[in-house]
Design a protein around this ligand. Structure first.
Ligand code: HAM
Length: 432
């Protein structure tokens, strides 16, 4: 008796990227890598697993991420407490300190890959998602702050995205935040009677986050609360203005959102978010800011830093709405044959075509010519090369054009080409 197994499914909030979608991911990644290289950013890769302590200290003990969204576990083999990265920044800074990466010069770095947060899944919010993370390490700004924002604006342009808007804020320095915090706690104490449980719980641990509340009953109170911006001293204001002046000079539109706090505790001075209305409730495509205290917090020398991360799935959804990334075909040329001798000739010719930079699939599977042509068509190839008995006898391949640009009214749909001329002929007609 054969045993039947129950079908297994993937995890909630974690998605498979199937080949058609993956072709789009790769195209988008290619554009993004080109864009980053054009600003002098270089790739680095850090492990997905890190010590839990890194994120607890780096992101902050009383943030949503650390309190309730991390995939953490104890390694049963040695008792280490580990976490799957919920973001890149802490790991990149850890690595920069560990390898003394800034010894000679500041560094412009990026990483692309999966991150993990145990959130309630919904459109645009997943438990495994991907970030394009970009960090400028060792630059005090405000020039780099503005450069980062300008480069993002250029990326949206390059992708044809028009309705992504920029909000910025300054979170000042720690002494300014401390003064503001005191004033804020005093204000919240005055409004104790209307606060919800979440607000009461955070009032002394992370009062800034109380202002970020989604509770409509608290909006009025939050709107009227003392603003951190009003506590900024001369230096912080000068930094903020330095960013704004450069954005103005580059014609970048922005609005000051004095209530933007971001969900991670390492930020100071410049913070920013790019938001769209075209993705439903999860409209933040990109978020970032300055983190001049993070190196020290993680045991390194005092070093300024600033960065941002783009949510890959959200960016891809926006780009798909524009319909600018065509689906990539499986191959340029699909090879069809009649018998074993034809199949062997196809393998030889295919290698020559691949050497010339073409993408070639040699049919495998059902042998009927009808089935082979159906596959050729489904593959999205521009041409099929047919190697039947008569082609082997004349040493000439039949090239059948399947779709534009090679298939057009001016040329015959099928042509005969000497085996020896095939590469040159196809290259000249299909191009690069
Ligand atoms: P973040 O704001 O937590 O910042 O995340 C950045 C972006 O990741 C968000 O704007 C959003 O597009 C995407 N994202 C966040 N959570 C999810 C989710 N559950 N599902 C899908 N996409 C999501 C950071 O992570 C900082 N490390 C950014 C940074 C780099 N700051 C300085 N350097």
């Amino acid at each position: 008796m054969t045993q039947s197994f129950k079908k297994l499914r993937g995890l909630t909030g974690m998605h498979d990227v199937l080949p058609d979608q993956s072709a789009q991911w790769e195209q988008l990644e290619e554009i993004v890598r080109d864009w980053l290289a054009s600003y002098g950013y270089r790739n680095m890769r850090t492990p997905i697993l890190e010590h839990t302590q890194l994120f607890a200290r780096g992101i902050g003990e009383v943030t949503d991420i650390v309190e309730k969204e991390m995939y953490s576990f104890t390694d049963s083999l040695n008792g280490d407490k580990l976490t799957m990265r919920p973001e890149f920044t802490a790991g990149i800074v850890r690595s920069a300190i560990e390898h003394n990466l800034l010894y000679e010069r500041p560094q412009r770095i990026y990483s692309i890959g999966p991150v993990f947060r145990h959130e309630r899944p919904q459109r645009g919010r997943y438990r495994q998602f991907h970030q394009i993370d970009v960090e400028a390490l060792g630059f005090p700004g405000p020039d780099v702050d503005a450069e980062m924002i300008v480069m993002l604006d250029r990326l949206w342009q390059r992708l044809g995205l028009t309705d992504v808007r920029l909000e910025i804020n300054s979170l000042g320095q720690s002494h300014e935040r401390a003064a503001h915090r005191e004033a804020l706690i005093a204000y919240l104490e005055q409004h104790q009677d209307i606060l919800d449980d979440d607000a009461k719980r955070r009032m002394y641990t992370n009062p800034l986050r109380v202002l970020d509340t989604k509770n409509p009953d608290l909006q009025e109170m939050a709107d009227a609360a003392p603003r951190l911006f009003e506590f900024l001293g001369e230096e912080s204001l000068a930094h903020y203005e330095g960013v704004c002046q450069r954005l103005d000079a580059m014609d970048i539109e922005y609005t000051l959102n004095p209530r933007m706090v971001r969900g991670l505790d390492y930020y100071n001075l410049t913070v920013f978010e790019w938001i769209t209305d075209r993705l439903g409730a999860q409209g933040t495509v990109c978020g970032g800011g300055r983190y001049d205290g993070l190196f020290e917090l993680l045991g390194g020398k005092s070093t300024p830093g600033i960065g941002f991360a783009i949510g890959m799935e959200r960016l891809l959804e926006l780009v798909q709405q524009q319909d600018i990334l065509p689906n990539t075909a499986e191959c340029d040329i699909y090879m069809v044959y009649q018998n074993d001798a034809g199949q062997q000739q196809a393998m030889v010719l295919a290698e020559q075509l691949r050497d010339a930079g073409l993408r070639v699939v040699v049919h495998a599977g059902p042998k009927s010519m009808r089935a082979q042509f159906r596959r050729a068509d489904n593959s999205g190839a521009l041409a099929a090369i047919i190697l039947g008995q008569s082609e082997l006898e004349t040493q000439q391949a039949s090239v059948k054009w399947l779709r534009a640009p090679a298939l057009n009214d001016e040329q015959p749909q099928q042509e005969q080409v000497d085996f020896a001329q095939c590469v040159q002929f196809l290259k000249s007609r299909i191009g690069d």
